[in-house]
Design a protein around this ligand. Sequence first.
Ligand code: SF4
Length: 305
Amino acid sequence: MRYIFGPINSRRFGLSLGIDLSPNEKSCNFDCLYCELKASKPTSFIKNPPKVEDIIDELKEALKKFKDIDVITVTANGEPTLYPHLLELIEKINEIKNGYKTLILSNGSTIYKKDIQKALLKFDIVKLSLDCATQKCFKKLDRPLKEISLENIIEGIKEFSKEFKGSLIVEILVVKGINDKEEEFKKLNEILQQIKVARVDIGTIDRPPAYRVEPIRFKRLLELSKIIKNIPISIAHRKKIDFKKDDFNEDEILNTLRHRPLTKDDIEAIFSKNSLKIFDKLLKEKKIIKKSVANIDFYTSSIDK
Ligand code: SF4
């Protein structure tokens, strides 16, 4: 298979069968400092893009073989919205997807374009990146093509979120010394409050990056995540274990979950053993309830105040 890969078990989206729209070389309009692919000059197109029929033929074969997947993920060795036949592709995928959800992992750079919005509206889950709230930070961290403006991206996300019926996920990747400031997160929170977003995924560098940049600690990610209000947040960090766990009483647990629904994984990383016992009791009493957002379970308080 040239274009289909996996299934891969992803913590954020479940078991995912991937489609790579740029299998020959990296094609991205950003050159992020943290990229897991090799550093390369940003570009606005995919050279020799695959034909829709060829991708669909492979997908049909893969779907016969892998029956237990959760999502079909459209991605690229770079940015998938640079693919020139995206609308036609997602329409064809929707005809054969057999009830599986469709997901696209985009850096968000083209979301202000009407034709891209039209294609993305046909997905079940759309993940867009938004690492920075200011153009200065954006240019330093994501290093986009000159003509890409953060202002257009933010307006595009707002506009798209009003029409989109599926789950919109915003991802923030935090790099030490660049977008790990409280000020940046306060501005990100202001923007996120104006978007109909189902979930925010916050993470840091996990694998060797393209440039010499460093991850931040879990404790700092957690502090920054608290700045974002009223939106389910999933924090991805490998070293949660090193973190000192806190004692929360019943009220504190309910209050925390009321402001910020958390995953079980994050709860286990943050709460002490004793707090976990209280959490289980509250869950049994239905004072805490479980909600699924784009294949991740979140726990939230069922009591308003
Ligand atoms: S948007 Fe993704 S693929 Fe493109 S440079 Fe950034 S991390 Fe790499």
